[in-house]
Design a binder for this molecule. Sequence first.
Ligand SMILES: [Zn+2]
Length: 213
Amino acid sequence: MRFRLASGVHITGERVELGVDKAFVVDWHMDRSPVPIVPATTLKGWLREGAERVLRGVGLSACDGSSPQTVCGECLVCKVFGSPQRRSPLRFRDVRLREALWDVRANVSLSRHRKAAYEERLFFSEVAWQSGFEARVMGVFPSQEEALQAAALLYLPAQLGVALGAARSRGLGWVELEDFSVRWNGESEPLSRVLQRAEEILKGAPEKSEGNG
Ligand SMILES: [Zn+2]
């Protein structure tokens, strides 16, 4: 999946930077300077959230994967993205933002807790922009049908373009899908089959039974 940033993006890391309240998460490996990244967990959570929204939008069941207490382990999203009962067959990796420009932006935070405007304060966060990233997700599946289903469940949120990272309420995090390609066992697969499976999912087609295809 190749994405382009359509706005600035902020994903909070743990690095301490002078004059910055919220530093971007970065990778230092093999570089003299830090490179902003989208961590694997952020990428997975973002795509899962998008998949939940797509399925709920057409009236299909999808649990809320944002907290362990609400994960059902039974729905299609749980089957593809995992649950406490069953690991996801998908493997996500950290991805670097390519040739990212990034700078520090000043924001005003309002205390929602006290609902008081005088609680506002200025804070500074690092924002990346004019960039993009290429996310490669791998998976091992017992059947091609399940692989196709997982690919469709990645395609749907990827093209939906739910905002990524933090500060989404301030208009950050918009990304656009530029390219989506699939390979089975090293062989390129036409996207049409993934699109067809995605359409079937949206129409609420029952899952195809495994192993008798
Ligand atoms: Zn579920």
